[in-house]
Design a binder for this molecule. Sequence first.
Ligand code: FAD
Ligand code: NAD
Length: 464
Amino acid sequence: MGEMTARLLVIGGGPGGYAAAIRAGQLGVDTVLVERDRLGGTCLNIGCIPSKALIHVAEAFGRAAEQAEASPFGLRLGRPSLDLARAMEWKEGIVGRLQGGVAALLKRSGVRTVHGQAELLDGKTCRVETDTGPQTIRAEHLLLATGSEPADLPGLPFGGRVLSSTGALALTEVPEHLAVVGAGYIGLELGMAYARLGARVVVVEAAERILPAWDAELTRPVLRRMERLGMEVLTGAEARGLAEEGAALRVATAEGRERRIAADAILLAVGRRPRTRGFGLERLDLTMNGPFLRVDERCATSMRNVWAVGDVTGEPMLAHRAIAQGEVVAGIVAGERRAFDPVAIPAICFTSPEVVAVGLSPTEARQAGHEVRLGQFPFSANGKALAEDAEEGFVRIVARADNHLVLGIQAVGQGVSELAAGFALALEMGARLEDVAATVHAHPTRGEAVQEAARMALGHALHL
Ligand code: FAD
Ligand code: NAD
């Protein structure tokens, strides 16, 4: 049996684990990373990146189809067609390039990577079955970055026509009828992509509205777009299971009736579960926070020198949170005084149009006891948005009424995901409305809507 020792042992090579390992290596910490599957984890291989590639394909196809039907600026196109199998190959090529990049970065920072499933023996040791035999790894510090996996429903286990996001990201033909269970991030991002690619999509959501975790005003343009795409949305509805005959899903509607929805494929997207079982974690008897590992602001678990980052530590289960936590842990292991304590973690739903939320919504700000000042600027008054035939949506800024400190910025509209960096920077730097309003924003850009929203909150928008 092979034996290795290290200062830091990282279990899981997703965004949380690989970011921690790269940074630890850069800081001179002797680090070993164990990954049982592919470097890059959920995000790179079966999550963020492949889903955005598919959304890009759907966007390109959808635009071409819309322009072919009626172009407001006289473009003449034939009806497009798509080879989805080729699109999936292209997507896998991107994933492969990024995976190679992660492997190279780990190597460059001196991290040793072990391929295989880690079985924890205690808080400092794991055993890995590798292709060349078992390997024991001992370290002073252990970082758990084991991520999450899709949740299924009792009457609807994954398999056959019932797909998780992983299956939906590997289809080689567009299903004629797609049923989507769950109108959260995955259900809407992938459901809308397949609707744009020509599938007839029905979305079944248990809550009263789509994207129930987001405020209704922000998600309204998404719902309107879904309706224009011919998607059917059943809210307050429950998926019961597969129909015995035919390709259909049984659904209990809000009105208490049972409906059968035609479905060649069913995308089940009702959330994800932290990965805490099957690798000896129970031996450590760590304090839990519901199904997640409990961590403090340094990402420390209840056992000394055992750390945890990413999806296994709870909401929001987002890659940029995992990466930021991973960097913090690397710093701490290297001797720095660090904490994971951001003012805000941006959230983006890559629907069509996109939705961005950073910091507090008006309701959340009021619930937190603030008297608020709001500014909301529509893209219908923004030159760049109009010139790009994308006037739907708005930017909204939320600030304290007394000292004008910006508490939150949200937006919905085409391409607004790229505005998220500026929103987060404003909050993290403690910007006031006056700072945003006085910052010279380049013209013509959608970013001007942010400046105008701040001006509006101060009572003097220029272009409205
Ligand atoms: P993971 O990425 O899940 O990585 C954990 C790794 O640990 C895995 O590679 C796993 O194989 C490995 N592992 C687990 N147990 C062991 C073991 N015992 N031994 C060895 N290895 C082990 N987030 C965003 O911020 N933006 C997005 O646009 C976005 N889109 C998404 C789209 C989809 C379809 C999905 C499913 C998720 C998306 N996410 C997105 C969420 C994002 O993927 C996760 O938040 C992120 O991957 C979490 O990183 P992590 O390092 O905690 O875990
Ligand atoms: P989600 O939590 O975003 O949405 C799940 C939805 O399913 C909710 O609206 C919920 O009300 C609904 N639901 C739950 N049980 C149901 C039932 N029995 N019947 C019908 N509806 C039901 O979860 P998700 O879409 O599976 O995504 C998982 C996680 O992955 C997200 O929380 C997010 O952290 C991450 N993710 C992020 C992005 C992004 O950042 N753009 C994209 C995809 C995934």
